[in-house]
Design a binder for this molecule. Structure first.
Ligand code: SF4
Length: 720
């Protein structure tokens, strides 16, 4: 039987889990088709998998043919990125570092009978021993240094249930306010900027509203690589209607299909966004009645922007190489204001000194033109990981309890936690699925800070960079082995179900054991019970989203807030601010970096930006275990402009900044890069890209300024 016939046969049956018995004896007899959600990016594609139940093995993953999100297509990560599930080096047995036990003889004594020698560095043990060791050390640290000497950092691909319990355990059982998640290095500025102006840090409309939009702006998002299935929709519409404007610091694939192909200088987001607002105001293209009925602060905003010398697009006439933007910005502003328009952005907006302010500037555009609260309009922050929205909703942030409520005490953000480690104030870190020492900036400083911890407890799938530095490591179920709720970049809840069975614990089960050993009373029998508590605590968004309904609507999905109905479009009648009005919060662009250098004729050296490639996801812990993905991109590559080729005579170069240097990076000359700028991916820890970055971060929310840094280039010869 052909694969396509098999596919048809399977999906003629009712939606859900189906068992297939094939005609030919012995072949495909134990194949079951199971629906779930892709474990990688924030698009949250609905997947289906053929699973051999006898072998307990995923045979194939493909887009559900009726998939509302995937629309029948997955990117290569979704399709091929599942080999990690049964990779030989999965962390199956908990480990305790020998040197940790040498420093903690009482723990060694208590656990000696449970320890099995693994190698020079590690003992293996069971989960009970690993959690006992962790609890003993946590108690000792808290007795000596106080409850706040302990912090928890979670990943943004953990399920909602585990994220919820992680913050609850930390805040209530451990009495520490320090919880954070890896939104710190991605979309925290989107949350901050949107909550400040419209009261809700989430995408306003469903992806399919792209088909209703008359005009689209994409800024700071390499959508075809980072959110490919959303890019498919944007490209469909742009090809048909020629209605796309793309702003980026280099030529990206989306530019090919854009009516307005804007390549801009580094660190110019806020400058350009304020200019768009300036044109709309100066040419009186704004929606007066929307502003009057739905917003506050416009008059003051208008006055400030009209008197801001940086806000007039003519400013670009002074910036050599970018003069064309003076006209283009005006044209984009006119189309945006006069049509039903959507704006999409990614980390190219958020990972800057003024990331939160740039997000506010984006929301201003929607507020002044009424491009919000209606089909075909809206604001679309393209959230990175498949549950970054959910992890934030669950309160894995130091300044929000679940459902964005005020916590009893505000804790420290991750960069402040790193400083607290160096100051000797933070002694223990519990880490769930977040590779901080690889993914966060200022690697040299971060790694030094981690050495000062007395306890690093890590829950992981593999021996990632941070797991290698841990005192105790516990292997846990992967997303394809468990049940849990994930919230994608359009607020859509998806209840995943396991594709294969695993004896490993789920993250929340490890946390529950720890909680009990630390005096807590967590007693959940299942992820469902945990979710029922989430529904009660975070009722403003999730009261109507029980497992039964999520299962029933697995295909359609439900967008929060979910009560009697769900909410595909936010802000239809009022904004989610305290008084229901949208707010204008003007912030002037501050001259710096590349633009300052061009204007003052001192452009020299190289400005580096970073980003993802389609084949890998973040630290590549999962994707590099798929041969099909890794063979496409097994190392980070540095893109260099053709015009700068003479400076790059060796096959590899080292990049250097005041904070550290990269490993030797393979050079690729490209016609897609502007002179004096460079681009590199950061997926492989061995490249040490994040050693280049210091503490420069978003002014309000400390998200690292990963999108622009000045670097020196050092020629690397192999013989060295
Ligand atoms: S676009 Fe994202 S969610 Fe969809 S298949 Fe690719 S990685 Fe998975």
């Amino acid at each position: 039987m052909l694969c396509s016939e098999l596919h048809d046969l399977l999906f003629k049956k009712s939606y859900g889990t189906m068992k297939l018995v094939m005609g030919r004896a012995g072949k495909m007899e134990n194949i079951e088709t199971i629906d779930s959600v892709c474990t990688y990016c924030g698009v949250g594609c609905d997947i289906a998998a053929y699973v051999d139940t006898k072998e307990n093995k995923i045979k194939k993953i493909f887009a559900h043919p009726d998939g509302v999100v995937s629309q029948g297509k997955l990117c290569i990560k979704g399709k091929y990125g599942y080999d990690f599930v049964d990779a030989d080096d999965r962390l199956k047995t908990p480990r305790i570092r020998k040197s940790f036990l040498e420093k903690n003889p009482a723990i060694y004594e208590a656990l000696a009978s449970a320890l099995v020698d693994l190698d020079a560095t590690w003992y293996e043990c069971d989960l009970d021993a690993a959690t006992t060791a962790c609890a003993m050390k946590l108690k000792e640290i808290q007795n000596e240094y106080g409850s706040k000497a302990v912090a928890s950092v979670g990943g943004a691909r953990s399920s909602c249930e585990s994220s919820y319990l992680f913050q609850k355990f930390t805040r209530h059982t451990l009495s520490s306010p320090h919880v954070d998640n890896c939104a710190r290095v991605c979309h925290s500025p989107s949350l901050k900027g949107m909550r400040e102006t419209i009261g809700e840090g989430a995408a306003t409309n469903p992806y399919n509203d792209i088909y209703n939009a008359e005009f689209m702006i994409v800024i700071g998002s390499n959508t075809t690589e980072a959110h490919p299935i959303i890019a498919n929709r944007i490209l469909d519409v742009a090809r048909e209607n020629d209605n796309l404007a793309v702003f980026d610091v280099r030529e990206i694939k989306l530019h090919r299909f854009a009516k307005y192909k804007a390549i801009m200088p580094h660190e110019a987001n806020l400058l350009i966004l304020n200019m768009l607002a300036y044109v709309i105001i100066d040419e009186e293209l704004y929606d007066e009645s929307f502003i009057e009925d739905r917003t506050k602060g416009f008059a003051e905003f208008k006055e400030k922007i009209l008197n801001d010398p940086y806000a007039d697009p003519d400013y670009f006439k002074n910036i050599e190489g970018y003069e064309y933007l003076a006209k283009m910005v005006r044209k984009v502003a006119r189309e945006y204001a006069l049509k039903k328009s959507m704006i999409f952005w990614g980390l190219g907006i958020t990972e800057h000194l003024d990331g939160s302010y740039a997000v506010m500037a984006i929301t201003h555009l929607a507020l002044m033109t009424g491009n919000i609260g209606k089909p075909g309009t809206g604001l679309m922050p393209l959230r990175g990981q498949n549950n970054v929205q959910g992890a934030c909703d669950m309160g894995m942030l130091p300044y929000y309890d679940p459902d964005y409520q005020e916590p009893k005490e505000v804790g420290l953000m991750t960069p402040q936690l790193v400083d607290a480690m160096l100051d000797g104030k933070l002694k223990a870190l519990l880490n769930m699925g977040e590779d901080i020492t690889h993914i966060h900036p200022n690697s040299n400083k971060t790694q030094k800070a981690f050495e000062s911890l007395e306890l690093l407890f890590v829950q992981e799938l593999f021996m990632t960079d941070i797991a290698k530095r841990a005192d105790i490591v516990v292997g846990v179920k992967s997303a394809y082995e468990k049940t849990g709720v994930y919230v994608n970049a359009m607020r859509r809840l998806h209840l995943s179900q396991p594709l294969v069975k695993s004896e490993l614990p789920d993250d929340w089960e490890v946390l529950q054991i720890l909680d009990n050993k630390m005096g807590g009373s967590a007693n959940y029998k299942s992820s469902k019970e945990l979710w029922q508590e989430v529904q009660r605590v975070a009722y403003r968004r999730f009261s109507g989203a029980d497992y039964h309904r999520l299962e029933k609507h697995r295909k359609r999905g439900l967008q929060w807030p979910v009560h009697t109905e769900d909410t595909p479009i936010l802000h239809q009648l009022d904004f989610r601010t305290d008084d229901g009005y949208g707010r204008f919060v003007y912030h002037q662009y501050r001259l710096r970096g590349m633009i300052d250098e061009i204007i003052n004729n001192k452009l020299q050296g190289y400005h580096l930006t970073t980003g993802r490639t389609l084949a890998h996801y973040n630290n590549a812990a999962q994707t590099k275990r798929s041969e099909k993905l890794n063979s496409r991109y097994d190392e980070d590559i540095l893109l260099v402009s053709e015009e700068d080729a003479a400076d790059f005579t060796s096959e590899r170069v080292i990049l250097k900044s005041p904070y550290g240097q990269s490993a030797p990076l393979k050079v690729k000359i490209s016609d897609k890069i502007r002179p004096k700028t460079l681009f590199v991916t950061f997926h492989h820890a061995k490249s040490s890209i994040n050693a280049l970055f210091g503490d420069a971060s978003d002014e309000l929310i400390l998200t690292a300024a990963f999108k622009s840094i000045k670097v020196d280039v050092i020629t690397y010869e192999k013989s060295k």
